[in-house]
Design a binder for this molecule. Structure first.
Ligand SMILES: Cc1ncc(COP(=O)(O)O)c(C=O)c1O
Length: 439
């Protein structure tokens, strides 16, 4: 019999990288232990997830088309059922949200609606990286979405270590200089300035201004990814977005409604106000983004846009107001988690001395350092024997790093689950330390 299987080496294998395979493993293990208390995924609260609301959101948007924009029934049907404009249909509502919630005054024509932030990142990388020498700088540890997108496009990623709970300009400058010495050309600096995934780091206003100054002087662009920016912890002030401070037009802003509305809609967007010369498709960088998008997904599904449009309209395009209850829950959960860790690891024992964690100013994620290898095998033991799931930090490093730390996401849990989960976590830590001593 002839072997008809395709050999792996015949296929594109940019995703054949440990950290990206680890994500499939994480999903798989979450599926195998549905009863476990899961600190693993960075998912938004589900309290408002009621399928009956979907038709209400849609009706709200249709009513807006009918009454506010004077669309005929025929036009409404066409908007929802037909192929649509590549740049999208809800940009004016997104612009209102940006003004209300992010202090960004945007021309709707500078916005392109995308299939999640993920597509927005892919488009930006494709547009800005034009030769094999062009590289993207990312903070390390780093969100896997940008790393995966770059690998899909064969774009080289240069990690810049987060230090002292921030991303220092000095580190960015050093990374740029050494890349240039190797003949590479840094073009983009990817940042999640508000409560980063996975580190929870929030860049101060000074750090943001310093990074803006650096990229202006050195002719780089910042790719600002801001899915958690509205989720400040109680008592912590929200910091201005880089885009709202961007007087030199150095920032490409990526938005996502995955955490502020719901991820099933798969709606994100790009906002960029740079102009381009000599492009046949238009004078705005958004025209270039649209031309790339037209060959990726043609247009973002109008039904999904209409649902998010309806949600925006129902809250007068104010997502901070819409998310008030959730923002409080995320904040309470971060504090409950920190207190549970403190209660379980604050005695004078060696174990407690070796377990430490951060308390981020907002967002979903807390990082815990532990005195053992927090890898896939440890996660399997944690799920099987203690019924808790978490994410190994090493998955967020390009090469080495994060081996003895793990990410806990508290966004989706109740206070009781967090407390119960951390009690189990302590048992797990004790057992791992014992295991290590026997090896
Ligand atoms: C840093 C970061 N960017 C973007 C996203 C959201 O991406 P999307 O809009 O594609 O769901 C996430 C979600 O986990 C994230 O952590």
């Amino acid at each position: 019999m002839r072997d008809s299987s395709i050999k792996h080496y015949q296929l594109f294998d940019a995703l054949h990288h440990d950290s990206l395979l680890a994500m499939s493993f994480l999903n798989e293990i979450c599926g195998r232990y549905p009863e476990a208390i899961s600190f693993a995924p960075g998912r938004p609260l589900e309290d408002d997830f009621n399928h009956e609301l979907l038709s209400q959101y849609l009706e709200t948007y249709i009513d807006y088309l009918r009454r506010k924009l004077n669309y005929s029934e025929r036009e409404i049907a066409r908007v929802l059922f037909q192929y649509g404009k590549t740049s999208g249909i809800i940009q004016p509502l997104i612009a209102r949200h940006l003004a209300n919630d992010e202090g960004i005054i945007a021309d709707p024509d500078d916005i392109v609606v995308t299939v999640g932030a993920q597509e927005a990142m892919l488009i930006t990388l494709r547009v800005f990286c034009t030769s094999t020498r062009d590289v993207v700088l990312v903070p390390e540890p780093c969100y896997v979405g940008i790393v995966g997108a770059a690998r899909l496009l064969d774009i080289t990623i240069v990690p810049v270590k987060e230090t002292h709970g921030t991303l220092e300009v000095k580190s960015v400058a050093e990374a740029c200089e050494s890349a240039r010495k190797e003949g590479l050309n840094p073009v983009l600096l990817y940042l999640v300035p508000g409560y980063a995934n996975p580190s929870g780091v929030c860049l101060s206003l000074e750090a943001r201004l310093a990074l803006l100054r650096y990229v202006s002087e050195h002719k780089l662009y910042i790719l600002e990814d801001n899915p958690y920016g509205l989720f400040a912890r109680e008592g912590s002030a929200t910091v201005a977005t880089l885009k709202s401070l961007d007087s030199e037009k150095r920032v490409i802003y990526v938005g996502s409604f995955s955490k502020t509305c719901f991820p099933g809609a798969r709606i994100g967007y790009l906002y960029a106000d740079q102009h381009v010369e000599g492009f046949a498709g238009g004078k705005r960088i958004s025209d270039v983004f649209s031309s790339v998008k037209s060959m990726l997904t043609v247009n973002t599904p109008p039904i999904a846009q209409a649902v998010i449009g309806g949600m925006l309209l129902q809250s007068d395009c104010r997502l901070t107001t819409r998310n008030r209850r959730n923002i409080k829950r995320y904040s309470d959960n971060l504090l409950t988690l920190a207190k549970a860790l403190h209660d379980n690891f604050s005695d004078a024992s060696d174990l407690s001395r070796e377990v430490n964690w951060n308390l981020p100013d907002g967002g979903f994620f807390t990082v815990v350092n532990v005195p053992f290898l927090a890898n896939a095998a440890a996660l399997e033991r944690s799920a099987q024997r203690f019924g808790i799931l978490w994410t190994p930090m090493q998955d967020f490093y390009l090469e080495k790093g994060g081996e003895r730390s793990l990410r806990l996401s508290s966004s989706l849990l109740s206070g009781e689950e967090i407390q119960q989960g951390i009690k189990r976590f302590k048992e797990f830590v004790i057992s791992e330390v014992a295991l290590q001593q026997h090896q």
